[in-house]
Ligand binder design. Structure first.
Ligand code: C2E
Ligand code: MG
Ligand code: MG
Ligand code: MG
Length: 280
């Protein structure tokens, strides 16, 4: 790559702008335009009580309705937003939109939650609690209905700073979930000190629970549930795809489930229908 035969036959290397860099710069520019044109949409994935199967909440998952490439999943663009400052306006938009939608669906009266993913850069920003407060005020959403999803690395990288930020968020009345739990480097003693309300067991454990590694995955899930409950946290399992996994997670004491078995992430109109399932 980037290797060319010079006129005199000497091989030269094309410096600086490789294809990847150009692509990234293009993507960054397109993202900036997309924000202005409001090309982002949220899909909502239901979260269900493990025993009653009642809907208890939604996770808001961003997509980009790209004019040429169609609907793009976050894996295609969120890393570029995170590497630039664009995650700040994009993240603020996601928060506002998720709060607005949940309030419009009657989350306050009906008691379901809406979960929003938060990137490290957003969480580290001094204004973050203010951005959250504004989204709550503008939408009228009860703060207790909002759950912010953070990964272990975000919370544990700078524990002292994180504790301060979490305290400010707690003051607003919002709740915190630790996303993709078990994949990062958790410190048990720090976990105990952090005001965290929910652990989300990463889908890799759920999906291994009926594979060759079944026995060890089951042990690990059981330990995570015990740990969470011992620290007064609730447990959501991610990536539930089969009824066998559902049965196992129920047996192991998980509180809520999320996964394709129960519902895929859906556009708002279809997600809304999960709130009032047709009578059987
Ligand atoms: P996440 O927060 O762990 O979200 C769960 C991801 O797992 C979603 O992918 C969801 O579609 C997928 N999923 C749910 N159930 C199943 C299942 O049963 N099987 C399988 N194989 N997958 C399942 P998605 O929507 O592509 O999002 C990927 C990641 O992008 C999210 O992982 C989150 O880290 C990030 N993300 C999504 N929306 C936002 C956002 O608004 N802001 C930020 N900062 N990150 C976001
Ligand atoms: Mg999440
Ligand atoms: Mg997750
Ligand atoms: Mg994940």
């Amino acid at each position: 790559r980037a290797k060319h035969e010079g006129k005199n036959g000497v091989r030269t290397f094309q410096p600086a702008m490789g294809d990847e860099t150009t692509e990234r710069v293009d993507l960054e520019r397109d993202l900036r335009d997309a924000l202005v044109r409001e090309e982002f949409v949220l899909h909502y994935q239901g979260q269900f009580d493990v025993r009653t199967q009642a809907l208890v909440g939604f996770e808001a998952l961003v997509r980009w309705q790209h004019p040429a490439q169609g609907l793009l999943p976050p894996g295609r663009f969120i890393h570029v937003a995170e590497d630039s400052e664009l995650i700040l306006p994009l993240g603020a938009w996601v928060l506002r939109e998720a709060c607005r939608q949940a309030a419009a669906w009657g989350a306050n009266a009906r008691g379901f939650t809406v979960s929003v993913n938060v990137s490290a850069k957003q969480f580290d920003h001094a204004d973050f609690a203010q951005v959250v407060r504004q989204a709550l005020t503008d939408s009228g959403l009860d703060p207790h209905r909002l759950i912010l999803e953070l990964t272990e690395s975000v919370v544990l990288r700078d524990p002292a700073a994180a504790a301060g930020q979490l305290a400010r968020l707690r003051e607003l009345g919002v709740r915190i979930a630790l996303d993709d739990f078990g994949t990062g480097h958790s410190s048990l003693s720090l976990l105990r000190q952090m005001p965290i309300d929910f652990l989300k067991i990463d889908r890799s454990f759920v999906q291994d629970s009926h594979s060759a590694d079944a026995a060890s995955s089951r042990v690990l899930i059981g330990i995570m549930v015990t740990l969470a409950h011992g620290l007064q946290m609730q447990v959501t399992a991610e990536g539930v795809e089969t009824s066998e996994q559902h049965a196992l997670l129920r047996e192991l004491g998980c509180d809520a489930l999320q996964g394709f078995l129960l519902s895929r992430p859906l556009p708002a109109g279809q997600a809304r229908a999960l709130l009032d399932p047709p009578a059987a």
